[in-house]
Write a protein that binds this ligand. Structure first.
Ligand SMILES: [Zn+2]
Length: 161
């Protein structure tokens, strides 16, 4: 990514106040619940997942389609990539992915409950999260409420299937 692309990228990101908070993507979200970012390469427009693009940019590595980028925080629209321990994203192959799921069981390392959500539910959750962040900003309680599926104060936003 060049400077102007990076700038455009981070206009679509809202970072939490603490260094280890999620950086939430507020741009386009696909039907799989992951973000989408459009880039131009070789004169052609492409839609990519923002967390993968940032990961490649920061690490200088190329992620082949076979390599999954796993979210330690279980928040698909989080793009908090950094070089080192506090990164929320790390590479894993399919086997690691499975082991990761087994080890985590129902609770992620950061305490977010894994709900075994379907693709559609992931998309709904991600869009609800984006809505909250765009409406009231990066608010820890509101974000937790969306992630846990409990948001009594704003039932319309969180019409859970
Ligand atoms: Zn995160």
């Amino acid at each position: 990514m060049d400077t102007s692309e990076l700038e455009r990228f981070f206009q679509k990101v809202r970072k939490g106040p603490r260094p280890d908070d999620c950086w939430l993507w507020v741009g386009a979200i696909g039907d799989d619940g992951y973000g989408r970012f459009s880039i131009r390469r070789d004169g052609r427009e492409r839609m990519v997942r923002p967390q993968r693009l940032l990961y490649e940019h920061l690490t200088g590595r190329t992620l082949t389609p076979k390599v999954d980028l796993l979210h330690d925080c279980d928040v698909p629209i989080c793009v908090h990539v950094s070089i080192g321990e506090d990164s929320h994203l790390f590479e894993g192959d399919d086997r690691m992915n499975m082991r990761d799921r087994e080890q985590k069981g129902r609770a992620g390392r950061r305490g977010v409950l894994r709900r075994g959500l379907s693709r559609k539910q992931h998309a709904i959750r991600s869009r609800a999260l984006r809505q909250v962040v765009l409406t009231i900003g990066w608010d820890r309680d509101a974000i937790s409420a969306v992630l846990s599926g409990n948001a009594p104060s704003q039932p319309r936003l969180f019409d859970w299937p």
